[in-house]
Design a protein around this ligand. Sequence first.
Ligand code: SF4
Ligand code: SF4
Length: 123
Amino acid sequence: MELKGKQELYSTLYKVGSEVFKMTNACGIRKDPISGKCSCENTRRNPAYEATTRVGELCCSDCNHLGPEGCTVEALACKLWTCGRMADWAPSAVISISHLRRVARESGIHLSVRATKEECFKK
Ligand code: SF4
Ligand code: SF4
């Protein structure tokens, strides 16, 4: 596949992946109205994790691309990632995301967690 086609596919997969998370509510992110702390399905089910003050921090702790409301870049590898426990409560989302990840890999798109689109296409 040519570079332009790959770049377009990258953005399409990112959008579809975003829709999958939105439509299935797979992460179940909630903000406690009193404490202001954010939690997701995993933090609520797993006592080893604690609620945090920032939505993005749930999965993105310490990343430079993390803004107050979450990710600020088009990071496809992150969008096509699911935590190890998600299959317990959102199996259909895990299957859909796995499918998108396979399409990306088979199309030769470089996937690197925390990488921007520009970084993924750097030579
Ligand atoms: S991927 Fe898992 S740990 Fe990360 S926000 Fe979603 S439910 Fe929480
Ligand atoms: S690049 Fe990945 S880890 Fe960093 S804020 Fe965005 S989604 Fe989170």
